[in-house]
Design a protein around this ligand. Structure first.
Ligand code: SAM
Ligand code: SF4
Length: 323
């Protein structure tokens, strides 16, 4: 289905929990936030109904996110349920991978097609400081386990934080050298600009740097074209790619094909807008109408700017929306 700006909306990001086993400094307060109660979180049946309705309107790609999706009890069963929804052609998950090692084979068998793994540093100490409770060895073990379970084309997403992890650019990018069929199955390492929202909305300007920094550090990269929201680059002899995602320095809103549903059942037409449409309790035509309304309300673009000090207009933190 097309929105009012002519964009075809085919991609749904579904947050299945607001809970997380990490406390990344830019995403969550150190001691956590008040969590939704079990009754506030969408049940598996509700999730399936909403995905089915979205698929009937043209959604073809579904991404399960959170909070940390692997922290949702019964996640393997949920993946199995959602992978069977008619019309969904690709089922992906964004995860911090801290609990992936043990779950990867079952997730694969349940029908998960692809993984995006968030990893901001390959230095053990820095990784622990950024995530506050993550262990780098768990993430690397998760990547290896996913590869052994048959996942290929895994993408690593790294948020670039000025003054914190620029020195990780090259080591992280190197994960893509062997490509999707390599030992960790990483086909692309994508660097993402930090967005001023939630915990980091009021961080100093120097934390918000352009991912062009990656091109300064890795002079051998040459552009190979766009892939969705990422501009892709390759280095001579590498099988995988390096991606740059620039929500701040170059908006990509004009190509945005996404809808988001929060763990408590609110449809967000845009990550950064305050507008939400309650889906809970709606069925059949009412649910379809609410989804159509959300699609028609996708704004032309977001209004964030680190330079002008304008933060996201969304009242929610990233752990509630899922990125
Ligand atoms: N817990 C999972 C994970 O970390 O992959 C899924 C949810 S997390 C909110 C999704 C993605 O959002 C992660 O890659 C994270 O680094 C990113 N993220 C969180 N806050 C962000 C911010 N302020 N700016 C840019 N990316 C952010
Ligand atoms: Fe958790 Fe992901 Fe937020 Fe880190 S970015 S605190 S892993 S939800």
């Amino acid at each position: 289905m097309r929105d009012a700006c002519g964009r075809t909306v085919s991609y749904l990001r579904l947050s299945v929990t607001d809970r997380c086993n990490c406390r990344c400094a830019y995403c969550m307060p150190e001691h956590g936030v008040p969590m939704l109660s079990h009754d506030d979180i969408l049940s598996f049946e509700e999730l399936r109904e909403m995905v089915g309705a979205a698929a009937s309107l043209g959604v073809r790609k579904l991404r399960i996110t959170g909070g940390e999706p692997l922290a949702r009890r019964g996640i393997v069963g949920l993946v199995r349920m959602l992978s069977g929804v008619e019309g969904i052609e690709e089922l992906a998950m964004t995860t911090n991978a801290c609990a992936l090692a043990a779950l990867a084979p079952a997730l694969r068998e349940a029908g998960l097609d692809r993984l995006n793994v968030s990893l901001d540093s390959l230095d053990e100490g820095r990784y622990a400081r950024i995530t506050r409770c993550g262990r780098l060895e768990d993430v690397l073990g998760g990547l290896a386990s996913a590869r052994a379970a048959g996942f290929t084309n895994t993408k690593v997403n790294a948020v670039l934080i000025g003054g914190v992890n620029e020195c990780d650019i090259r080591p992280l990018a190197e994960l893509a050298r062997a490509g999707g069929d390599g030992p960790l199955g990483v086909s692309s390492v994508r660097f993402i600009e930090l967005m001023p929202m939630g915990e980091c909305a009021a961080w100093p300007r120097e934390r918000f740097v352009s991912v062009d920094k990656v091109l300064e550090v890795m002079g051998e990269l040459v552009p190979v074209g766009p892939d969705g929201v990422a501009a892709l680059y390759a280095a001579p002899g590498w099988k995988g790619t390096v991606g740059l995602i620039r929500p701040m320095s170059h908006k990509f809103c004009s190509g945005c094909a996404r809808l988001r549903i929060t763990a408590d059942g609110m449809l967000k037409p845009c990550l950064h807008s305050g507008e939400e449409i309650a889906l809970r309790g709606l069925h059949g035509d009412e649910l379809l109408d609410a989804l159509r309304l959300g699609i028609s309300h996708k704004p032309l673009e977001h209004h964030m700017s680190a330079i002008l000090g304008r933060a996201s207009e969304s009242a929610r933190a990233m752990n509630e929306i899922g990125g």
